[in-house]
Design a binder for this molecule. Structure first.
Ligand code: C5P
Length: 224
């Protein structure tokens, strides 16, 4: 199976469908984020699903358990392969999210957003280093019966050693050929992430913004 999930972070639905059609032979699935879902809803997800590859709904759900379970039930019909929730929503919320998910849907936890540093965390009442909070929330996600977590290529090997059969979603990847990091600061190559235990690789701009997205996807695929 091709582990690359292409992050379709494009503003227009027609552009996203066209790109998905173009690269479908060289990626394993499509990641649709909150922005896409708020703009295009179920209709947009159905349109991308028609391309024929698994869908990862990166909705980062975070609310009381009953509401998150209801949201999970409402997206059943879309048959997502993967859905994200925030581990900070707590154990009961994660348990209920998993219980409400479809049989073939992996529920994966976001631990600490990579946009937060130690000072940001402290301002929310969380003392200590982000790294320790990531590991604490990863353990909580595992106890709650989730399938895995989202983590960076720098953390995946440590998390993998604590959670042997976990499912690890790794974004923040840049191919070795020097594609622009953009706002991603701590990148690793897709191959390095895979070797460290990543289950799937989330890649956006290195493919979406390439002059030739098919060539870019094929080049990354060839390194794996
Ligand atoms: O364009 P790029 O390859 O950086 O896209 C990465 C995708 O992964 C985006 O959709 C982004 O929202 C998501 N993501 C991330 N870092 C995280 C979690 C998710 O870049 N920590």
């Amino acid at each position: 199976m091709n582990p690359i999930y292409l992050a379709l972070d494009l503003p227009r639905l027609d552009g996203a469908i066209a790109l998905a059609q173009k690269v479908k032979g060289h990626v394993g699935g499509f990641k649709l984020g909150l922005e896409f879902f708020c703009a295009h809803g179920h209709h947009g997800v159905h349109e991308i699903a028609r391309v024929g590859l698994p869908i990862f709904l990166d909705l980062k759900l975070h609310d009381i358990p009953n509401t998150v379970a209801g949201a999970m039930q409402s997206i059943h019909v879309l048959e997502p392969a993967i859905v994200t929730v925030h581990a900070a929503g707590g154990r009961a919320m994660m348990e209920d999210a998993k219980a409400a998910a479809g049989e073939h849907c992996k529920v994966v936890a976001v631990t600490v957003l990579t946009s937060l540093d130690e000072g940001d965390l402290r301002a929310t009442g969380v003392a200590g280093a982000p790294h320790d909070q990531v590991l604490r929330l990863a353990d909580l996600a595992q106890e709650a019966g989730l399938d895995g977590i989202v983590c960076s290529g720098h953390e995946v090997s440590e998390v993998h050693s604590r959670w042997k059969n976990g499912y690890f979603v790794v974004p923040g990847l840049r191919p070795a050929n020097g594609s622009a990091p953009g706002d991603q600061k701590r990148t690793v190559t897709p191959r390095a992430a895979r070797d460290s235990g990543a289950s799937i690789l989330v890649i956006g701009r290195p493919i979406c913004r390439a002059d030739d997205p098919v060539l870019a996807a094929r080049a990354i695929e060839a390194t794996l």
